[in-house]
Design a binder for this molecule. Sequence first.
Ligand code: ATR
Length: 288
Amino acid sequence: MTKRYGILAHPAKHSLSPVMHNTAFKVKNMDAQYDFFDVAPENLEPFMNQVRHDPIMGLSVSLPHKQSVMKYLDEIDENALNIGAVNTVLSRDGKLFGFNTDFIGSNRALLSKVDSLKDKIVVVLGAGGSARAVAYGLLHEGAHVWIKNRTKSKGDAIAMEFAEKFPSEIHSEDWDNWYTGDILINTTSFWLHNRDITEEELPDFCDEEFLKEFDVVMDISYNNGLENFPDPLITPLLAMAEQEDCEIITGEKMLYYQALEQFSIWTEMVAPSRQMYEALMVGLGIEN
Ligand code: ATR
């Protein structure tokens, strides 16, 4: 019988996970199919019952379900519990297990450009769900984290919670304090809310005086749909960082590396990484 997997999200139709995982199943000759499960919050409970009984073998979980899905699971691994979000569900022997591969994706994306994160000073912009996973991954690798969020209280909450769990430092700073470090990571949804932004209107975090202090700049946004910045991977932040000779890391990398990990959790096999990356590029409309 064909094994079923899918992306649980709302909306789900823009997800690039199906192209990556269906490609992987094909390469590995698996009788498996990965679908879109667009489930509104009020339908999550019946959907999760269906996952358990139908069964669906694995789920990628995205907004708005990463936290709410947790109460329908039998076991949640320690990292996902600490982050407070599950982005991967595995169904095995009638039980549902939750994991978080976002922090692994973020770390692997960073480690594709830096040898080690140990003792690096990293400024993280934002304090939403993505920032939590990114900051957790950084602390896990021994980096020191400065969170800067528009609403400082949200950054304070993450810093307070994670400071107890790791020996390296985590602080929360005012949005207007321009701390510098080795690595800058944008996790905010700024681009999503400013699709018509022009070069003249860029936010302060794209300022060249600020950026030139960093060695590496990562933006976890991709496929921006910005009217004046047509490259789906080069956000205005990354364009400015390139001008300041920073190494840049584009947003599809985190998605890609977390998907490789997800595939391994579901199948206990090494993911066909090259083919999955090629599929992701095709999905993004980018020629390799
Ligand atoms: P995700 O799960 O992708 O992290 P989220 O939880 O909605 O999404 O978080 C979005 C983040 O982007 C928040 O940190 C938000 O700041 P606030 O906590 O102040 O809301 C940040 N953000 C969104 N729009 C922003 C803007 N125009 N300027 C600065 N930060 C912004």
